[in-house]
Design a protein around this ligand. Structure first.
Ligand SMILES: [Ca+2]
Ligand SMILES: [Ca+2]
Ligand SMILES: [Ca+2]
Ligand SMILES: [Ca+2]
Length: 235
């Protein structure tokens, strides 16, 4: 018979008594944790809960910005500093300016200064242009230029009209030749609401052809959500 040493028996008995190590996983009291969710209690999981006591440090609408981070409407996740500011009456990106990105969708912009006329093309006999433009606000100004020739056998003349001006807005239209500096020369102008028009007449035995320009701006009431109709008619 094999004799088992007493010491070995004692070691085996002790092994059986070694307690198993248990890793306790804390229960998540807020299983809905999501990025931007600052409600509930952070239990050390991968969620976003933090203990924020200053309400202006908290991102209430989950758009990634708190009031202190520049969110000017912390109840609307579509309004925050990373947003495009489209034409909707709101300062979507909280920079204090309104609708400044709406101009990016306007194919005629930028056309505000002497170096940025939008050229409509050459106006041949009996041809006319008609475009729909927008004054995005009262500081906006739109410049359109076009070429008209003056054949010796024709009476020279054309009319520029601005229609669909909003009833509660006052717009101004200016017409003249575009000089070498890019500014208008021999300017005539008119302002009002509803509809405006200006007419250019030529002189006999004088070549009145050349590049003419129209400037449209607002005395008041311009709005990116409203368009005007500009027409140039020869004859
Ligand atoms: Ca926010
Ligand atoms: Ca803005
Ligand atoms: Ca806007
Ligand atoms: Ca403009």
């Amino acid at each position: 018979m094999k004799v088992v040493p007493l010491a070995l028996l004692l070691v085996a008995a002790c092994d059986l008594a070694v307690p198993t190590t248990v890793t306790r996983v804390p229960r998540d009291s807020d299983p809905q944790d999501q990025p931007g969710d600052d409600t509930g209690t952070d239990t050390g999981d991968s969620g976003e809960d933090t203990t924020i006591t200053d309400p202006f440090e908290r991102d209430d609408d989950g758009d990634g910005f708190s009031e202190n981070g520049g969110d000017c409407d912390d109840d609307d996740p579509s309004i925050h500093p990373d947003q495009d500011d489209e034409c909707n009456g709101l300062d979507d990106d909280c920079d204090g300016e309104f609708e400044e990105d709406a101009r990016g969708d306007d194919i005629y912009e930028p056309n505000d200064d002497a170096a940025s006329w939008f050229y409509l093309g050459s106006l041949a006999d009996d041809e006319s242009y008609s475009i729909t433009g927008i004054l995005h606000n009262d500081d906006d100004l739109d410049r359109f230029s076009f070429f008209i020739d003056d054949p010796w056998y024709e009476e020279f003349g054309f009319e520029v009209s601005l229609t669909s001006i909003p009833a509660d807005a006052t717009y101004r239209i200016q017409l003249g030749r575009v000089g070498d500096s890019g500014e208008l020369e021999d300017v005539q102008s008119s302002y009002g609401t509803g509809a405006l028009s200006l007419r250019e007449e030529g002189e006999s035995f004088v070549d009145d052809g050349g590049t003419y320009g129209v400037i449209i701006d607002a005395v008041g009431g311009a709005d990116c959500g409203r368009s005007y109709l500009l027409s140039v008619n020869k004859g």
